[in-house]
Design a binder for this molecule. Structure first.
Ligand SMILES: *Cc1c(COP(=O)(O)O)cnc(C)c1O
Length: 543
């Protein structure tokens, strides 16, 4: 018996795991009573849905392992971190006999799972400001030896983090398992414990909060391999559905994660902004520091506050049944937070919300993620794998005065064509999305000759795609970049952006000429994108 088997439920250790078939392969699979046909409508989107996925689909497990810095064998994936928590209790706690320990207030699902499994709960409640008394927790662990200790850091609903030293002290004091719920760790400045676990520490992680996949249901336990093996005996066969695998793989691609990272930075700065402003509300008696994407507060006049929020059609979480007078506010987009803060009576929402567009475009040839912010030139991160092209896209951002996150993984081993084209198409789509109905924009942009190279650019954000390009380059390539991709880029951009882009360029150096085109388009875009009123710049009344 290994150490985990010594503390697990004896019946689980004794039982034989259900033997699920592995992932389907290229072989003729007549081994799982599956349908030989994909379900209707039979498109590429459902290819493989007629086959059982792997018990722990290897590609997704590997991706999570890379992100969390652990080995695939140290991960058990299931329907959210919630399933991991449930399975841990069912694997280790014998009903009617074993107990769990927690420090309230904390994630209430720990209690739910204990009740479901007829396990006693030792509660070592927090003290001032609901901060846990870690000395008391360590004493209770040493004295009572509960089978599982649940810690949550940052803690839901208080938002506070635990100190590393305290987590380690609990692990040392316990002969059982310590489960550290890190559902909100990405919003904290503290590093995860996933890749530095003592043997008896299990870390749970979720894709529900930061990654925007709450509806997809995917989370994981990260633990010693011997714990994972026991958990997989308890999980029902095939716990990660194929649509979940596909959706998660797309959301976890390196390009998509660059945009997620941008969102994370925004959520964290918004949390700090809301934390600063919320206490100024007459409805807030006290608020608590948070390392997560929510803020717990005590209301001063709960009924009036709820009426104001209701009038604004805003819902927040009511904790009064457990914590008298307390509520939890989740952090949304800057505009959403403005609406909430306005209901709290502390800000007037900006009349003009930022114009943001995001495009994720994944094909067999490229994986492109783009985020543009037409109203904040601060955010610029470009990585297409093509140095010269990055430099050109930077010109558009810089001279167009727009924020651009653009990360691309393309089939550069073939050539740059797909990467350049698909990036242009995605950039046009993201800009089109950000422009919305185009109310108030300048619409037109022009630039005049620059330096010894002359690039004349005219732009009309008309909603109708059209592109013309006049220019002869003296060479075929600039580095790896084929000069023919320059007109192709602007034609692709015009197509998805819905714009007329007319370019004429003359010169003696291909690098200068291309750069002048990208700079010129950036410069021409700047006044065209700028909002200077509320008029629709067309006699038709629409663009
Ligand atoms: C939201 C939340 C979870 C649930 O995560 P899922 O992956 O959606 O099941 C787990 N723990 C805490 C503390 C949470 O707040």
């Amino acid at each position: 018996m290994n150490w985990a088997e010594q503390i697990a439920r004896p019946n689980i250790v004794a039982m034989t795991a259900y033997s699920a078939r592995g992932e389907s392969t290229g072989a003729l699979h007549l081994d799982a009573n599956e349908s030989p046909w994909a379900p209707p409508p039979g498109t590429a989107a459902v290819a493989g849905y007629n086959r059982y996925p792997g018990q722990q689909p290897p590609a997704l497990r590997q991706r999570l392992a890379d992100i969390y810095g652990v080995k695939p064998s140290e991960i058990a994936m299931g329907r959210g971190a919630d399933e991991a928590i449930d399975v841990l209790v069912r694997t280790f706690c014998t009903p009617g006999q074993d107990r769990i320990l927690l420090s309230s207030p904390t994630f209430s699902f720990f209690n739910t799972v204990a009740s479901l499994n007829d396990c006693g709960v030792i509660d070592v409640p927090g003290g001032d400001d609901f901060l846990p008394d870690m000395d008391a927790v360590v004493d209770a662990v040493s004295g009572e030896q509960p089978k599982i200790i649940f810690l949550c850091s940052p803690n839901n609903p208080t938002g506070h983090s635990l100190d590393d030293a305290d987590i380690l002290r609990v692990c040392e004091a316990s002969d059982g398992l310590v489960v550290l719920d890190e559902a909100y760790i990405e919003f904290s400045d503290r590093p995860s414990f996933a890749d530095r676990r003592p043997r008896n520490l299990v870390v749970t992680r979720t894709l529900s909060k930061l990654y925007g996949l709450a509806g997809v249901r995917l989370g994981a336990a990260i633990a010693d391999k011997s714990v994972i093996e026991l958990m997989l005996k308890v999980m029902p066969p095939y716990p990660v559905p194929k649509p979940v695998i596909d959706t998660a793989m797309a959301a976890l691609s390196a390009p998509a994660m660059a945009v997620i990272e941008r969102r994370r930075a925004i959520l964290m700065s918004e949390r700090d902004r809301v934390a600063d402003l919320l206490p100024r509300s007459e409805f807030v008696a006290k608020s608590y520091n948070s390392d997560a994407n929510f803020i717990l507060f005590e209301a001063a006049d709960a009924n009036t506050m709820l009426a104001k929020l209701d009038a604004a059609n805003i819902r927040i979480r009511d904790f009064r049944s457990k914590l008298p007078g307390h509520f939890r506010l989740s952090i949304g987009t800057p505009e959403e937070n403005d609406l909430a803060l306005a209901a709290f009576g502390v800000v007037t929402p900006a009349t003009q919300p930022q114009r943001i567009g995001e495009t994720f475009r994944t094909t067999k040839e490229t994986d492109v993620a783009i985020r543009v912010n037409l109203d904040d030139p601060g955010e610029v991160r470009i990585d297409t794998g093509l140095g010269f092209y990055d430099h050109m896209l930077e010109q558009i951002a810089k001279h167009g005065g727009l924020g651009l996150t653009c990360v691309v993984k393309g089939d550069l081993e073939i050539d740059a064509h797909h990467t350049v084209e698909d990036t242009a198409l995605a950039l046009g789509s993201a800009m089109k999305q950000a422009l919305g109905d185009r109310t108030g924009i300048g619409r037109y942009g022009f630039v005049m000759p620059m330096d010894e190279t002359q690039a004349r650019v005219a732009i009309d954000l008309s909603g109708r795609p059209a592109a013309t390009f006049k220019g002869d380059f003296p060479t075929d390539h600039v580095g790896e970049f084929a000069v023919e991709m320059c007109p192709h880029f602007f034609a692709s951009l015009a197509q998805t952006l819905g714009a007329a882009i007319q370019i004429e360029v003359e010169g003696e150096n291909s690098h200068h000429m291309i750069e002048a085109c990208f700079k010129g388009v950036g410069r021409a875009l700047r006044p065209a994108l700028a909002v200077s009123g509320t008029d629709m710049p067309s006699t038709k009344g629409v663009l």
